[in-house]
Every structure is written in C-alpha cells, then in structure tokens.
Ligand binder design. Structure first.
Ligand SMILES: Nc1ncnc2c1ncn2[C@@H]1O[C@H](COP(=O)(O)OP(=O)(O)OP(=O)(O)O)[C@@H](O)[C@H]1O
Ligand SMILES: [Mg+2]
Length: 294
C-alpha cells in the first residue's frame, strides 16, 4: 500500500512539474510597408537567416496574398501551401519548407484569403496543427505592400511591427499613411523602422528622425529605429541568383547591415521588455490566430 501511494505521489509530482515547466516564448514580428517594392521580402528572408545563425529557430510566414515570393527568393519550390492544410487536410508540419541554414517557411499564396471563412472544425484543425509544430523561437510575417484587411489581420496578430521604408519621399509618405491607418484601427503596436536602400548610414538616421517626429507630432505615435540597410547591388544580384545575399555575399554591405539589425533585435534592450513583446505558449499563439481568422 505504502509503495503504491509513494508511486502515485511520484507520478503526481512528475506530472505537475511537466505542467509547470515554462514553455518557450515565441516572438512574432509582422514586416509591413506603405509603398511596395521597398525590400520587405529581402529583409524577411535575410534577417531570418541572420537570426537562425545566432541560434534562434525562425519561421517565415509568407502572408503576401497577391505575389507570395519568399520561396522564389530562397530558390525553393513548395509543393503545398497553407491552402492545402486548410482545405485538403494536409499536415502543417509537412507544408513547412526548410530553407538555407534551417529556416522554416510556411508558403502562402492565394489560400490565405480564404482563412476568413473557416468553419469551427477547420479552425480547430488548424489549431491542432500549430500546436504540433516543432520548436520555434521567432516568427517573421512577410506581408504584401500597403495596408489592407490582410495585413491588418497580421498586424493585429503580432506583438511587434517592423516598418520598412526607403529614403524616397513617396515611400515615406506611404509609410506615414500606413501608420495612420493602423492607428485608426486602434492597433497601437510597438513599431520598429528599417530604412532600406540608404546611400549612407547618416541618411538612414535622418530619414528615421523625420518620420518619427511626424508620426509623434500628428499621430501621437513614436517609432523606434531598428536599423538601416545600405543600397547594395549585391542584393539585386542575389535575387537574380535566387539565393539570399547573406548566404551568397556574407560580407557585402547589405549583409553587414542585416547582421547589425539581428544583433539589435536580440540585444539587451529587447530582452529587458521581453515580457510584453513575447507570446508564452503555442496555445496563446493559436488563440491569437483564432482572433485573426475568426
Ligand atoms: N538594400 C538594397 N539594395 C539594392 N537593391 C535592393 C535593396 N533592397 C531591395 N532591393 C531591390 O528591390 C527589389 C524589391 O525587393 P523586395 O521584393 O524585397 O521588396 P518588397 O517590399 O517585398 O516588395 P513587395 O511590396 O512587392 O512585396 C529587390 O528585388 C532588389 O532588386
Ligand atoms: Mg514582398
């Protein structure tokens, strides 16, 4: 009897310690822009690789409805997309494609549009699939140009945003408009800025400064500077070669900028406010997903 009781206690103890074990927090960033073609997809793919090289397990969700092209930049040819998960009962984990250095990609495409009309059973199935995912530390969501229902859904889903702009006045005006719409939808998310295609580092800071003071003054919305990426012909060359520039040209100026941005994202400042910028379990992730697609 004694032995049986001790055994039961042991089992109870073990089970409760399993339950209490903190799950790995997941950080979710949605990458968006006002104007199209400013470099979101290139930044998503190369930043994912830089983070993966620093020991993080990164998943990119290709959430660009019209022209999903994360796979094109990586030179991979996915057989299935999230559409198959939802409508053809294809397992999510088999839909993920592994890219350079082990980054994971959830191929998007036209299927995502139909997420809005999922029935309860499909939502539950999607949730189960997400719960079964292998460990992931960081999710980067690459959206299409501009702010629409789709990008707003992903913005509301993520804890933090990365706004990409170039120094061009048109890109800056559109970036401002994107923030304005976001604020109108009461999505006051922590927003970090990357100024891409800078001729020099000074201009990057200057462009950020002007954008930040405009959003602060007129929208009461301060932005954070995450970094700048220099204009670099190697980026276009790497696109032509369908290999990320961080892999193909690890020492080019754009690669060095991306490495600095990865360091900044993982830096001390970020860890200090980790509590508010993280999701603590895959269940929490799923609840957010339901909010987005529900
Ligand atoms: N730092 C850079 N230096 C030089 N060229 C760049 C740089 N960043 C991006 N480009 C060029 O801009 C093109 C568009 O980049 P990308 O596809 O990443 O933009 P995007 O914002 O994802 O576009 P979309 O809004 O259509 O999704 C690239 O193919 C490349 O030629
Ligand atoms: Mg893109």
């Amino acid at each position: 009897m004694d032995q049986a009781a001790r055994l039961r206690d042991l089992v109870k103890e073990n089970n409760s310690s399993v339950l209490q074990e903190p799950e790995k927090p997941i950080r979710i960033y949605t990458i968006f822009s006002g104007k199209g073609g400013v470099g979101k997809t290139n930044i998503a793919v190369n930043l994912a690789i830089a983070l993966q090289r620093r020991g993080k397990r990164v998943l990119i969700i290709d959430a660009d409805l019209g022209m999903a092209n994360v796979d094109v930049l990586l030179g991979i040819y996915p057989k299935h997309t999230i559409y198959d998960v939802l409508f053809n009962r294809y397992p999510l984990k088999d839909t993920l494609v592994t890219g350079h250095e082990g980054i994971k990609v959830l191929p998007g495409g036209s299927g995502i549009m139909e997420l809005a009309v999922l029935d309860v059973e499909q939502k539950e199935a999607l949730g189960r699939e997400f719960m079964a995912l292998e460990d992931i530390d960081i999710i980067l969501i690459d959206t299409g140009a501009g702010i629409n229902k789709n990008s707003l859904s992903f913005i509301s889903f993520s804890q933090e945003l990365i706004l990409v702009t170039t120094p061009e006045p048109t890109a800056l005006t559109d970036a401002y408009s994107a923030i304005k719409i976001m604020m109108q939808f009461k999505l006051n998310k922590n927003t970090k800025v990357i100024v891409n295609r800078c001729p020099d580092s000074g201009l990057g800071k200057n462009v950020y400064g002007r954008l930040n003071s405009t959003t602060k003054t007129f929208l009461n919305k301060p932005l954070e500077m995450l970094g700048y990426v220099l204009n670099d012909d190697k980026v276009t060359q790497a696109v032509m070669e369908q290999t990320p520039f961080l892999v193909q040209y690890p020492n080019c100026s754009a690669s060095r900028c991306i490495n600095r941005i990865a360091e900044e994202l993982l830096g001390r400042k970020e860890l200090a406010n980790g509590g508010i910028s993280r999701i603590n379990s895959i269940q929490q992730l799923y609840r957010r997903l339901l909010k987005v697609f529900g």
